[in-house]
Design a protein around this ligand. Structure first.
Ligand code: CO8
Length: 258
């Protein structure tokens, strides 16, 4: 079996990199690739030497969507039995921050995968879209939900109903991505951002990620309650003592994740 991803567990201290690697198919997300991605993410999530994970494709494509050839002949019952979204649900449970480094096409499932990540660094060449409507279906891995929450109804509706792509510039303006950099720097910038997060307490980072994501799934009161519990919980960590003592002693903290 050919591997469809390349995993580098330490591209920077505490930063791992997973590259989607089906270049001839523009990284179309077939079932095997998604399973490999899930397995690698679970392994890195359990690795104490990893605090942040960057996911990229290549310059031409982050990913051009689900593998249309693999899906074309399937029936609804095949789809039900294959249950491909179980893989996506597992990726949603990864506790460490995921940063998508996007150059070129992030379409359909590719755009959805980028949106499943916690931050997106884009090259000037990036193009985002949910073109499923053009092949007679619609987004199925969160595109109607995460895109709408990110960019608002007007643009999400237009993208989902017409399949139009948006540029990195428009994606930045509409709040879909964090930043745009020249294409030769996009990966470097994603690693830099990851390293900045990796310097912080890994426990605080995981609980902060969990709390921000909770904002999408809860009322304000429930979200505030959830946030408060995590805030209190962090006072049980060595990192809280280290972080606050380091501030008082005017030195850099050394976080251990304990
Ligand atoms: N699936 C399978 N193969 C693909 C895909 C894809 N999504 N995208 C590109 N390829 C293949 C092409 O068939 C081509 O293969 P070959 O050389 O053997 O003919 C190769 O990649 C290169 O592609 P092109 O020649 O088309 O390259 P261009 O630069 O001319 O065009 C485009 C690039 C515009 C990106 C074009 O390839 C395209 O439109 N691709 C399809 C985009 C699309 O419709 N994506 C949505 C797919 S559906 C989906 O994502 C549903 C998500 C919900 C489930 C998620 C589960 C994973």
């Amino acid at each position: 079996m050919t591997g469809f991803i390349i995993v580098q567990p330490q591209v920077r201290p505490f930063v791992a990199h997973i590259q989607l690697n089906r270049p001839k198919e523009l990284n179309a997300l077939n079932l095997q690739l998604m399973q490999e991605l899930r397995d690698a993410l679970r392994e890195l999530d359990a690795d104490e030497q990893v605090r942040v994970i960057v996911i990229s494709g290549n310059e031409k494509a982050f990913a051009a969507g689900a593998d249309i050839r693999q899906m074309a002949g399937l029936t609804a019952m095949d789809m039900y039995n294959i249950d491909q979204f179980a893989t996506w649900d597992a990726i949603k449970k990864i506790k460490k921050p995921l940063i998508a480094a996007v150059s070129g096409f992030a379409l359909g499932g590719g755009c959805e995968l980028a949106m499943l990540c916690d931050m997106i660094v884009a090259a000037e060449t990036a193009k985002f879209g949910q073109p499923e409507i053009k092949i007679g279906v619609m987004p199925g891995a969160g595109g109607t939900q995460r895109l709408t929450r990110a960019v608002g109804k007007a643009l999400a509706m237009e993208m989902v109903l017409t399949g139009k792509f948006i540029s990195a510039e428009e994606a930045l303006k509409s709040g879909l991505i964090n930043r745009i950099v020249p294409v030769d720097l996009y990966l470097e910038e994603a690693f830099r951002l990851a390293a900045e997060v990796a310097k912080q307490s890994p426990l605080a980072v995981k609980m902060a990620k969990e709390s921000v994501l909770r904002a999408f799934d809860s009322t304000l009161d429930e979200g505030l309650h959830f946030e408060r519990k995590n805030f209190y919980l962090l006072f049980a960590s060595d990192d809280q003592k280290e972080g606050m003592n380091a501030f008082i002693e005017k030195r850099e903290p050394v976080f251990t994740g304990k």
